[in-house]
Design a protein around this ligand. Structure first.
Ligand code: BGP
Length: 502
């Protein structure tokens, strides 16, 4: 008799995606461009050193993207064509037995310019169809209000999130979708990975660095406005959908001290607080004590309006959602050590860990550690809404994709989630990132694949977009059927796989 599962009875197993990486149809049925539609795929990309090639957004790039006669390759405008194939994709999710599917609503599909008073009905109708299709299969939608895709036109009409006026526009958008979908959606997330505003201010807050000589001031003022907007969305959600649960979300960029030298340990704590700052404010409802010195050292003076602090305190998140992919090391002498890459930010290489082809260090034990840290810190329910292994999958002659490396990556992380639950963590669910291949957020690649389902599309948009099941499809189906008890050993381990490096 195999041992019983450690996962709770109604654990929300499933998958996660984002409008800007799957939908495509960037200008269909009234949709306006979003900031995500400006990113191009760079054919000169060096996967392993993609972070070194990363550059801040420029006015020129935005203007070029707005030029209707432009010929650049904008993969996020194509996605994987979910907009037209959502029924087929939801059928595949149902075949795997999904209990939940996390995705986002495209703000610029509902308010094409971001500041209209009336919503775009065709945009609302699309999500009605998607949510109805999910619910018909018994799949609980978990919806993010904004996932790196604020309306691009806001940058012209109102500017970026340093403009306090965006709070009201965001709340109007949130109230519109809460009212429209109050009988369909009960799990919501406000901003995707709000802590990444620190590292990618354009994707998160529309901040073009050329506009802000004091960039740190801009980032943290934008963060304050998003904190207020997030809290007001929590308030509206509870008023409009009484039994709703609305969470905040961070990318858990796990860090270890590079050595036991006290200076490295202190540096690690300092860098960890850069991320915890965002979940602290949204979960505790106030600026943490360390924020005063942290902001002073950055010469940042926040403009906090009367009433803001009460709004934050009275409307904290119901749960803490997180993405977890990898870990990095932190050192007081960072420049002296070999670098590693990571999800949107890098760090120092950990000699004990394998890396994927983009240099992300694979650390399943870190999943347990991260969940324990967050649960100790907030004592609120947690939800792993992103975890997965990006890889260049190979299609065999018979059309199969033997992604044993992905099975092993997921198996090890699920095992560690089970340990965390045993440790006392209240875990709501697990939605593996990218259940159907899509466009990568950081590199805009179709070839950086996460899915249980393969999509025939390359980085230049060539292919049939046909879907096919990978080896991991049936593996994950068994995981869900057994509520996490059946974690079959893959034929090949990560260590044996060609897709990882030491
Ligand atoms: C997270 C984003 C997701 C997703 C994931 C994987 O930070 O919230 O949108 O893309 O990273 O990253 P990537 O797609 O760059 O491999």
């Amino acid at each position: 008799m195999t041992e019983k599962t450690k996962f709770p009875e109604h654990f929300l197993w499933g998958g996660a995606a984002a409008a800007m990486q799957i939908e495509g149809a960037h200008d269909a049925d009234g949709r306006g461009l979003s900031v995500a539609d400006v990113y191009t795929f760079d054919p000169e990309l060096d996967k392993k050193h993609w972070l070194d090639q990363w550059h801040m957004m420029t006015h020129a790039q935005v203007e070029e993207a707005l030029d209707p006669s432009g010929t650049r390759n904008y993969p996020k405008r194509r996605g994987n064509d979910f907009y037209h194939r959502y029924q087929e994709d939801i059928d595949l999710m149902a075949e795997m037995g999904f209990k939940a599917y996390r995705t986002s609503i495209s703000w610029s599909r509902i308010f094409p310019n971001g500041d209209e008073s009336e919503p775009n009905e065709q945009g609302l109708v699309f999500y009605d169809k998607v949510f109805d299709a999910l619910l018909a299969k018994g799949i609980e939608p978990v919806i993010s209000l904004c996932h790196y895709d604020m309306p691009l036109n806001l940058l012209k009409s109102h500017g970026d999130w340093t403009n306090r006026g965006l709070i009201d526009l965001f709340v109007h958008y949130a109230e519109t979708v809460f009212n429209r979908y109050k009988d369909k959606i009960k799990y919501w997330i406000t901003f995707n990975e709000m802590n990444c505003l620190k590292h990618h201010p354009y994707a998160s807050a529309g901040i073009i660095e050329e506009n802000h000589p004091h960039l740190e001031q801009a980032k943290y003022q934008a963060a304050h406005h998003q904190f207020v907007a997030s809290a007001l969305a929590v308030k509206a959600c509870h008023e409009i959908i009484p039994d709703s649960k609305i969470g905040c979300m961070i990318s858990y960029l796990l860090l270890y001290p590079n050595t036991c030298h006290p200076e490295d340990v202190l540096e690690c704590q300092k860098e960890e607080r850069v991320s915890f700052f965002f979940s602290d404010v949204q979960t505790r409802g106030a600026y943490p004590a360390y924020a005063k010195r942290m902001l002073e050292e950055k010469n940042v003076t926040l403009d906090i309006q009367p009433g803001d602090e009460e709004i934050l305190l009275e409307n904290t998140a119901d749960f803490v959602a997180l993405s977890y992919y990898m870990s990095n090391n932190a050192s007081a002498q960072a420049g002296e050590h070999e670098k590693a890459s990571g999800n949107l930010v890098g760090g120092i290489k950990n000699p004990y860990l394998l890396q994927n082809q983009w240099g992300w260090q694979i650390d399943p034990t870190g999943m347990r550690y991260a969940l324990n840290v967050l649960h100790d810190r907030y004592e609120k329910p947690l939800f792993v809404v992103e975890n997965g292994m990006g890889a260049v999958d190979t299609v065999e002659d018979d059309g199969s994709v033997n992604d044993d490396y992905r099975i092993d990556y997921l198996k090890r992380h699920i095992e560690q989630m089970a340990e965390a639950i045993e440790d006392g963590v209240e875990l709501m669910g697990y939605t593996a990132w990218g259940p159907i291949d899509m466009i990568s957020a950081s590199t805009s690649q179709a070839s950086k694949r996460y899915g249980f389902v393969y999509v025939d599309q390359d980085d230049l948009g060539r292919g049939t977009l046909d879907r096919s099941r990978k080896k991991s499809f049936d593996w994950y189906k068994k995981v869900i059927e057994s509520n996490g008890r059946e974690l079959e050993q893959p034929a090949e381990t990560l260590e044996q796989s060609h897709t990882v490096e030491k």
